[in-house]
Write a protein of this length. Structure first.
Lengths: 185, 540
């Protein structure tokens, strides 16, 4: 069944249709949230938050592209997460200092980015300013067009193009400064 | 670092993000939705007059509901309650069925966990287990919903989810066993589907066990059955006889991907991990896989990256291994290697890049080549991209001499493959307008090899002046089975009989399985406004 049929049914309160929508789109949300800086262990909470919000706003959804809307909501959820994360960082550090990291907590991140080059690039993307980070993620990892990115980020297309160029420049500088190996994985 | 290199690394990182774990719980989300206050509950109370209108409408609604309820009590409601009773019975039946599947899945899951001897808390973190659990939890979720007769709450749907869950929990050795049991050659789409799943399971197990401090004897033995061997404290994939046997049932391009799974990494910090000869052998194998396959394989970008890296290291040399000897000339081993590479390929990046380099070096007594000086990673990437799209031939300096006879070799198959990619998706007849009759015939047999009857049918003449076969009849009829058309035909050439008609004469291969009693066969073709097409019963 196509998205539109399922969305219509979900809008009418059909939970099964909504469950199907979740099944189809949850990987997009998980990947996007992780790429935006959410830790692997927090992904279930953020994903849940996105789909709860999405359902609450579902009656307002009209003819916009569904995925554009999904990206917007995920983006807001990750921003909320960032704010909460910064507040609780000090508290968490105190707690984790005395606890030996278990397989699940430590390796959850390591198991995603097993190659050093990937870790290095992921880190470089995370350190970019938000205005550069989001276009890079949406363009290269989600294959969104300039038009779609401008819709998600509410920024003109020309600005997106410039930000992508600058973002690539920042990434190249960061990788060269780190002196990471360019080839071989 | 140039733009291309950065983009390549971004693509590789994109692939790595596929490993992001998923612990999504649909039930928890829906429960939270139930608990959360709805946005539209916070309504503006409106003006005094609006509130009066709302009251008036509410009172009117009470009367309407009263009238409707009376009708319900008179009979309609009884019918509904009977239906409801039936629905409840069917719901119980479905819940029972879902529970039995869930229990069965749990048993299957536990069996695999015990085989691998992984603690339950770790087992659930493996991504293939998470995927399988996801399907199983969907059965659970749907069975808890109020019965509503549709596909999502049917036994068929539960069964489908159950099968997906069990297939996902199968260990790599079981997947190989399934292929061997079926004794049927998988087409490329199924092969890549098989390989992608197989690859992710192997990688999952390798990463998990390589991170463990202590590995038990039982675990080592069970991993050996999965093709993972312990060497110097780390697990490596190493195909055994079983693996070689199942390779025969998969589409040919998988060979390169399996080789990569076994031998990677090929480069480390720009240096070759294996000898020059072994690296080139792997590179040529990757070239075959890349040029002959479709983009179905999940790790295609890793293969492209290795191809480029090996190519660059072999032609440009590396920091540790210069191509130049002490006398300032290209070392003999590189000269021989480059020439051997050129002789083994035709329509490939190797010929495109190495032909001018070798020519220039030879002219300078192996001391200098401008093409070699300017060669970079981007040039190799570009050439590979053109070759994959079938466009490289027109850029090669010395194309094969123009004999009438065309060999059915890798070069020809690549040209045909490129045409297939253009035509198969849309069946747009105009894209074949400039194709040679030999290529149309090649495409015809290539479709037979892929089992693509639809596309093969589209290659027949559609002109009313000529005899045609109805599509339905054609699809039902038995079809030739070909494993590899390079092993059926050695060469082919075109003989034109008139403006509109001609024959492609095919010389048959000594190891052929078709047309056993002939040495050559004629394949009738007819010219249309969109180029040459197969006549009805073309080889009769």
């Amino acid at each position: 069944m196509h998205n539109s049929g399922m969305i219509e049914r979900a809008q009418k309160g059909d939970k099964k249709a909504y469950a199907e929508l979740i099944q189809i789109h949850h990987r997009t949300v998980e990947k996007f949230a992780y790429q935006c800086g959410v830790k692997a262990n927090d992904l279930p909470d953020v994903t849940q938050e996105v789909f709860v919000k999405l359902y609450r706003f579902l009656p307002q959804f009209k003819h916009e592209r569904f995925t554009t809307w999904l990206y917007k909501i995920t983006l807001n959820a990750t921003r909320d997460y960032y704010r909460k994360e910064t507040r609780e960082k000090a508290k968490e550090e105190k707690l984790t200092r005395n606890v030996t990291t278990s397989y699940c907590t430590k390796s959850a991140e390591d198991r995603i980015l097993v190659f050093e080059e990937d870790q290095e690039l992921h880190k470089a993307i995370q350190s970019l300013d938000e205005k550069y980070r989001h276009p890079i993620i949406l363009f290269y990892f989600h294959e969104l067009s300039y038009v779609q990115i401008s819709e998600v980020l509410n920024v003109p297309i020309s600005t997106i193009k410039i930000r992508l160029l600058r973002a690539k420049g920042h990434l190249k500088t960061a990788l060269e400064m780190n002196g990471g190996t360019e080839h071989g994985r | 670092m140039d733009d291309k290199r950065l983009e390549e690394r971004l693509h590789l990182l994109k692939d790595s993000y596929e490993r992001i774990p998923s612990e999504m719980d649909v039930d928890a989300i829906l429960n939270k939705i139930e608990e959360a206050p709805q946005v539209n509950e916070k309504k503006n109370k409106g003006t005094k007059w609006q509130r009066v209108t709302v009251w008036a409408v509410s009172i009117a609604s009470v009367f309407i509901i009263g009238v409707l309820s009376a009708d319900y009590l008179e009979g309609g409601g009884i019918k509904n309650s009977q239906n409801k009773q039936e629905e409840l019975e069917r719901t119980d039946d479905l819940i029972e069925y879902a529970k039995s599947l869930k229990d069965q899945y749990e048993k299957e899951r536990e069996k695999r966990r015990q085989v691998l001897d992984i603690p339950a808390k770790d087992f659930k973190t493996l991504s293939f287990v998470q995927q399988a659990d996801g399907f199983a939890s969907s059965i659970d979720y749907f069975s808890k919903q109020t019965y509503e007769s549709n596909y999502y709450t049917s036994k068929d749907r539960y069964k489908e989810l159950f099968e997906k869950a069990v297939n996902n929990i199968h260990l790599p050795s079981e997947m190989v066993g399934d292929v061997l049991k079926q004794q049927e050659k998988l087409d490329e789409a199924k092969t890549s589907q098989f390989f992608n799943s197989y690859y992710s399971k192997i990688i999952d197990l390798k990463i998990y066990f390589n991170q463990k401090q202590n590995v038990t004897k039982k675990q080592v033995v069970s991993l050996e059955a999965e093709g993972l061997y312990l060497e110097n404290g780390k697990f490596h994939f190493n195909g055994d006889d079983n693996y070689l046997a199942h390779k025969a049932f998969l589409a040919p391009p998988v060979a390169g991907y399996l080789e990569m799974l076994e031998q990677e990494p090929y480069t480390y910090a720009g240096e070759l991990v294996y000898s020059l000869e072994d690296s080139v052998a792997a590179m040529l194998m990757f070239e075959n896989s890349l040029l002959e396959s479709f983009d179905y394989y999940s790790n295609i970008s890793t293969m492209k990256a290795y191809y480029t890296e090996i190519f660059h290291a072999v032609v440009k040399g590396t920091q540790d291994q210069s191509i130049y000897g002490d006398d300032g000339k290209v070392k003999e081993e590189y000269r021989q290697l480059w020439k051997a590479m050129m002789s083994q390929t035709s329509n490939s990046p190797v010929n495109y890049i190495l032909t001018p380099i070798v020519k220039e070096f030879e002219a300078s007594n192996w001391r200098k080549s401008d093409s070699w000086e300017s060669l970079n990673y981007g040039d190799v990437d570009d050439a590979l991209h053109l070759a994959i799209n079938g466009d490289l031939g027109q850029f090669i300096e010395n194309p094969p001499s123009g004999k009438n006879e065309t060999s059915v070799d890798d070069n020809f198959v690549q040209r045909v493959h490129a045409l297939y990619k253009l035509f198969a998706g849309t069946h747009d007849q105009t894209v074949l307008k400039d194709a040679k009759p030999e290529e149309i015939v090649g495409l015809y047999y290539y479709c037979a090899q892929l089992g693509d009857k639809e596309t093969k049918y589209e290659l027949y003449i559609k002109d009313d002046q000529y005899q045609q076969i109805p599509k339905e009849e054609y699809m039902k009829a038995p079809h030739q089975k070909i494993t590899d058309f390079r092993k059926e035909f050695s060469s082919l050439h075109f003989e034109q009989r008139s403006d509109k008609e001609g024959y492609v004469v095919l010389t048959l291969h000594p190891d052929r399985t078709l047309y056993m009693h002939d040495e050559v066969i004629g394949f009738a073709v007819i010219h249309t406004e969109n180029g040459w097409r197969a006549a009805f019963m073309p080889t009769q």
